[in-house]
Design a protein around this ligand. Structure first.
Ligand code: BG6
Length: 506
């Protein structure tokens, strides 16, 4: 494995949850695998007044709780490279102090001024921090490169995303900007590329001639938890579909790239986004279903409804479930529907993409059911990472009875292979200067452009319903109608939660 150049990683929003749960534990995991540079420092930056030691103590707790490494012996050694600098994001003066601190560290380490600035702050600071860094000339690449990583959400809608992009571009080049979408860091999401382009058998079938439809489900059993304040201004469409799930669509639907370099791959996914047919405002009610979870009893446990959650407006119309149907207008996918759904408080946590192949043109075997004639390739993104292929086999005995069977691969069967976390992978890539798995500005804009009519319709047309659904179910029943009108059904990785427990189909 390639080691990154010597560098400093500055994390804004250092006292936040993401730093403690994901960023620093992932950096520790990289350290443990000897994948961090020879010489590096991590500088936490946020408003709170903390000493280096206070910050190290907080991070130690986070690492012990969230690391994926079995070995925690190296924590104290790792923490020697961790520092803290109090920064008021809105004060240019604070950035001069930060600059001095960074310069002291680079001098002590005797390294170039290669610096990553990771913005894990509230989105309202995504413009001001890069602007203040630039005022302090911390965007200049004279004595070393400078990169900024921006967490999602990148904008609230098309207009605000364009505004944010324009403000970043005033001081930073596209190749310095890393827009993170942690789904792209998931091993199984990257495996979509490998499955498609390293096997001769799939690609010839991967088009409108052989595929009937594509279904993507990302469900969570948890509710909004402590994030009600953020979520109520966002909703499932902005929180999951605009970024994570459309990126997944991009990889599933793209043309083979000419090479594996970041521009080739991102050019192809961008072409997919540009080809997604916009949903006409008048068709939104029919093609996009929104729902909200209701107070319910699930297996004897009382669960709050969304509107009763902390930080949520009691009359909120924010969707916690969204399902939509759309088309990609190009030669490969013309006429093939894509169905995407996501929601909170559904029966289980699962993310999967199902490629439904067309049925055989003629039902030779009488007992074969309609659905059984259609093969499915199920790409399981999480939690049981792997790939499942469903196909028909003869039931032993007289006659020709057909039964659907599974050919199933689980990543967990690969002995001694830990699946690295998405943040581990993305942090390492950013350190190496590889932006392949980061969203490019034009793709983020195209994704917003596609969803703009939906967001507008929901905002302006009071007649579009938001359906309630009980916790522990697969969302409102009308979401079934969305797919069933043409004789298709969603794949249910498990049934609604009932008193007799969860039945998993796998
Ligand atoms: C985040 C969303 O981006 O992704 C959350 O803001 C969601 O609402 C999370 O829970 C899901 O990520 P994962 O990796 O658990 O599927």
């Amino acid at each position: 494995m390639q080691k990154p150049e010597n560098q400093i990683i500055v994390i804004f929003g250092a006292s936040g949850d993401l730093t403690k749960r994901k960023l620093v534990p992932s950096l520790y995991d990289l350290f443990n695998q000897k994948l961090l540079p020879e010489k590096f420092s991590i500088v936490g930056a946020s408003r709170s007044e903390l000493s280096d030691d206070d910050f190290r103590k907080l991070m130690k707790k986070g690492i012990l709780e969230f690391t994926q490494s079995e070995n925690t012996e190296g924590i104290d050694e790792f923490l020697q490279s961790v520092f803290y600098q109090s920064v008021n994001a809105k004060s240019p003066y604070s950035f001069s102090a930060l600059k001095n601190r960074l310069s002291t560290i680079t001098t002590e380490l005797n390294i170039n001024e290669n610096i990553i600035f990771y913005l894990s702050t509230p989105p309202s600071l995504y413009s001001i921090i890069p602007e203040n860094l630039a005022k302090a000339k911390l965007n200049k690449e004279k004595n070393g490169w400078k990169r900024i990583i921006i967490e999602k959400p990148f904008g609230y809608d098309l207009q605000s995303a364009k505004k944010l992009n324009a403000s970043l571009k005033e001081n930073w080049n596209e190749n310095q900007i890393y827009r993170i979408d942690h789904y792209l860091g998931k091993e199984t999401v990257q495996n979509v590329l490998v499955t498609r382009f390293s096997n001769g058998i799939f690609e010839p079938l991967w088009n409108r001639n052989y595929i009937d439809h594509i279904e993507i489900t990302s469900s969570e059993s948890i509710g909004v938890e402590k994030r009600g304040g953020y979520y109520d201004g966002s909703g499932a469409l902005r929180d999951m579909i605009q970024n994570h799930l459309l990126q997944l669509v991009g990889l599933i639907a793209m043309e083979p790239p000419s090479s594996l370099d970041s521009e080739s791959i991102r050019n192809e996914t961008e072409k997919v986004f540009q080809s997604i047919r916009k949903i006409d405002t008048k068709d939104v009610a029919k093609n996009v279903i929104r729902g909200q979870y209701l107070e319910s009893n699930v297996k004897g446990e009382k669960m709050k409804g969304y509107r009763e959650e902390e930080g949520v407006n009691p009359e909120s119309k924010t969707e916690t479930f969204a399902a939509l149907k759309f088309y990609i207008d190009n030669w490969r996918w013309g006429g093939i529907p894509f169905y995407v759904r996501t929601g909170k408080r559904l029966p289980t946590r699962v993310t999967e993409a199902v490629i439904h192949f067309k049925c055989t043109p003629h039902f030779l075997f009488k007992k074969q059911e309609l659905n059984e004639g259609s093969n499915q390739l199920i790409i399981r993104i999480q939690p049981d990472e792997g790939i499942l292929m469903k196909f028909g086999m003869k039931v032993p005995g007289s006659g020709f009875n057909v039964q659907t069977v599974n050919m199933d691969f689980h990543y967990s069967d690969l002995a001694n292979q830990r699946v690295p976390s998405a943040y581990e992978r993305l942090l390492l890539d950013a350190m190496l200067g590889d932006s392949t798995l980061f969203a490019r500005g034009d793709a983020v804009m195209s994704a917003w452009e596609f969803l703009e009519p939906v967001l507008d319709a929901w905002k302006n047309d009071d007649t579009i319903p938001i359906y309630g659904y009980p916790c522990g179910t697969w969302g409102p029943d009308v979401a079934d109608e969305l797919i069933e009108e043409e004789g298709r059904t969603w794949r249910y990785p498990c049934k609604n939660l009932t008193d007799d427990g969860i039945y998993c189909e796998l």
